[in-house]
Design a binder for this molecule. Structure first.
Ligand code: SAH
Length: 686
């Protein structure tokens, strides 16, 4: 079956209708899934296996048959572990059809077809009884339904249902229990992801400070979890104000309640400071004794133990509704509120003479999930807040604006929710036409309505009347568009610039004047795992899964690059960075394709996992900003990446290993930017 899917092209901005086969969605899902990462997670797999063996033994010791229910079986891995451990029968439930099919194949290939029944259903649809999916209720419940926030993938309602309808009372559960830990911290870096800081602008007539509006100051933000690789956050970027505190636990062997609730702990800061952020992670005990523990604790919590790298489980950053000054030794209450799928935090000070009962009463009031009132949190994600708060970056734009603006400039800005119009106004542009797409505007202060006009239309629909019949003398953009996923999607600025050409003065200045695409060959420390075949996992042949992922990756003729924030995923450069394409914004988008071919020399030993690509914007003479590489140490090739942007990663289909560089080795590339579709196709060869 073919379906037509409509979407706005992120680069060209045009509406297009794509004919997609029904396979399209699931290929996307498989290709970008975390199954490979989970299968490479040795620590997780080993501990699940130990926990499952122990649970099967406990049931057998009681003289019972071991009947396993594995909810979310994926590849069937945990069921195969149970069968090998001596389970009498396993019901392996998987809702995602392609995965359920894969599980059937994998189970068969490993010789467990008589012991494992794969059920392609959501667990809440599974029936029990002589004619049901399951003959009887299970006495061992095995699952791996957790995300970084623990409950975000619906573990709680799934467990609640399973205990009511699918497992016996007193069943063994692997994992047995999960515990959520928190630590209160002060961090300018992380706080800059939640709220906009005042912006300092050096203007002709002295320094001006732009202050965000009060509704934004007091906005609680959005409830969506901020999950990051906390192990990449250096100690110098935050101050811990409390020790590690146990926030709450869930015992999976007992009936689980998913209804909204809260948990509250008392804590005393070990240091005075500004409480801003709650860092959080969890661990799971695979058995009741707690001897088999799998933890997501970051590096500073247990400095001696080896860290397992994984991307399917990371750590959470929660933003307190407001920053709260706290004193060392002072009594505080931290409340974790949760609904079925998410968690949020509140901090309260214990007041003199108030007892715990009063405090608990007060907490009832706060069981409300944060809702953004200022709209900025809906418009900008956390990285975007960080980017706008980056004073170094802002200064580059100020420097460039100062070079191009004159007192009689008529300025048009094309970017989503940008500070550029306000900066341009501060720097003395007579009239700033702030032109934006759809409804993505936001004013820094309330006093600029007469100076900055917001035009809510698409570029191709811009009329002279929108501009009061004036011609634009300065066209600016960061460029930034909320629809961009890959670095070159912001080339939409070029298409918009082309669409508004007739409104530009003949001597118009365009800022940025150009952009360039840069590329470098890298060896990843860990990220390669997410796209690398696993083969045998804990003795089970999961190659079927590898093949399936490979098929899905090759589903489109040309493999695609994918966005990753590389500050979280360290890599070593194996080549020098190379500029591969340039885009001249002073001219309109050409009709013909832009292509390039060439080769990059490999300068260092290592495994060439792939190429990283990013954009650099040349704002004005001698002023450029990079959305990718910021710095590189030359001897070792250690890279520092722009912490606010995602870079494009193109994984090579086979890893090129250059151990000895006796002969000069090079990777050849061919890159083509199709100006019609806005797509960039790439091909690399050793
Ligand atoms: N158990 C496998 C895979 C874990 S990934 C392993 O440990 O390697 C979780 C899987 O659970 C996904 O494939 C998802 O589709 C499935 N899933 C999540 N909730 C489910 C539910 N309630 N019923 C059935 N499948 C579910």
């Amino acid at each position: 079956m073919k379906t037509f899917c409509g979407r706005a092209n992120p680069t060209t901005g045009s509406m297009e209708w794509l004919e997609e086969g029904e396979d399209y969605d699931y290929h996307q899902e498989i290709a970008r899934s975390r199954y490979a990462d989970m299968l490479h997670d040795k620590d997780r797999n080993v501990k699940y296996y130990q926990g499952i063996r122990a649970a099967v033994s406990r049931v057998k010791e009681r003289g019972e048959k071991a009947i396993v229910l594995d909810i979310g079986t994926g590849t069937g891995l945990l069921s195969m572990m149970a069968a090998s451990a001596g389970a009498d029968f396993c019901y392996a439930v998987e809702v995602f059809k392609p995965m359920a099919n894969a599980a059937v194949k994998i189970v068969e290939k490993n010789g467990f077809s008589d012991k494992i029944k794969v059920i392609n259903k959501h667990s809440t649809e599974v029936t029990v009884g002589p004619d049901g999916d399951m003959q009887c209720r299970a006495n061992i419940l095995v699952t791996e339904l957790f995300d970084t926030e623990l409950i975000g993938e619906g573990a709680l309602p799934t467990y609640e249902h399973a205990h009511k309808y699918l497992v016996q009372e007193g069943c063994e559960a692997v994992p047995h229990r999960a515990t959520v830990y928190v630590q209160l911290v002060e961090s300018k870096r992380m706080w800059s992801w939640k709220k906009l800081f005042p912006v300092h602008v050096e203007a002709e007539d002295g320094e001006k400070i732009l202050v965000p509006p009060s509704e934004m100051e007091n906005c609680p933000g959005v409830p969506s979890v901020c999950d990051i690789q906390l192990n990449q956050m250096p100690l110098s970027d935050f101050t811990t104000l409390s020790g590690v505190v146990t926030m709450f636990s869930v015992d999976f062997s007992k009936p689980v309640q998913s209804a909204s609730t809260y948990y509250r702990v008392q804590l005393e800061p070990v240091k005075s400071g500004k409480a801003q952020i709650v860092l959080s992670w969890w661990d799971i005990d695979m058995d009741p004794s707690g001897m088999i523990n799998c933890t997501m604790a970051p590096y500073w919590v247990k400095p001696t133990s080896a860290l397992q790298w994984r991307d399917h489980w990371m750590q959470c950053v929660y933003f307190l509704p407001n920053e709260e000054p706290v004193l060392q030794g002072e009594k505080l209450y931290l409340t974790a509120c949760r609904d079925e799928y998410s968690v949020w935090y509140n901090l309260q000070k214990a007041r003199e003479g108030e007892n715990k009962a009063d405090e608990e009463h007060k907490a009832d009031v706060c069981v409300e999930s944060p809702v953004c009132r200022c709209r900025a949190h809906l418009l900008w994600n956390r990285a975007r807040f960080g980017e706008l708060n980056d004073q170094n970056r802002t200064h580059q734009y100020i420097k460039a604006l100062r070079k191009v603006l004159k007192t009689d400039s008529v300025c048009l800005c094309i970017s989503d929710g940008s500070l550029l119009p306000v900066l341009a106004h501060c720097l003395g542009a007579k009239q700033v036409q702030y032109f934006i797409l759809f409804f993505r505007s936001w004013h820094f202060t309330n006093h600029l309505e007469d100076k900055i006009k917001i035009i809510e239309t698409r570029p191709e629909l811009l009329k002279p009347s929108h501009l009061e019949d004036k011609k634009i003398s300065v066209l600016v953009g960061e460029p930034f568009f909320t629809t961009s996923l890959l670095p070159w999607h912001n080339l939409y600025f070029w298409y918009a610039r082309t669409a508004v050409s007739t409104h530009l003065a003949s001597n118009v200045t365009v800022l940025p004047q150009s952009a360039s695409l840069h590329m470098m060959i890298v060896e990843f420390q860990d990220l390669w795992r997410i796209r690398s075949p696993c083969g045998i996992c804990e003795g089970f042949d999961v190659q079927t899964m590898d093949d399936m992922i490979k098929d899905s990756l090759n589903f489109r003729e040309s493999r695609e690059a994918e966005p990753h924030p590389l500050w979280e995923y360290p890599c070593k450069s194996l080549s020098d960075p190379q500029e591969v394409l340039t885009f001249d914004f002073t001219k309109t988008v050409p009709q013909h394709c832009l292509s390039t071919e060439g080769s990059v020399k490999l300068l260092r030993k290592g495994k060439s996992h792939g190429a990283v690509l990013w954009m650099e914007y040349h704002l004005a003479a001698d002023v450029s900003v990079s959305t990718g590489l910021m710095q590189m140490s030359n001897e070792k090739g250690i890279c520092e990446w722009n912490p606010h942007c995602k870079q494009a990663v193109y994984f090579f289909s086979s890893v090129i290993e250059s151990e000895i560089l006796s002969e000069p080795t090079a990777v050849t590339y061919a890159i083509n930017f199709d100006t019609k579709t806005g797509e960039i196709a790439m091909d690399f060869k050793l």
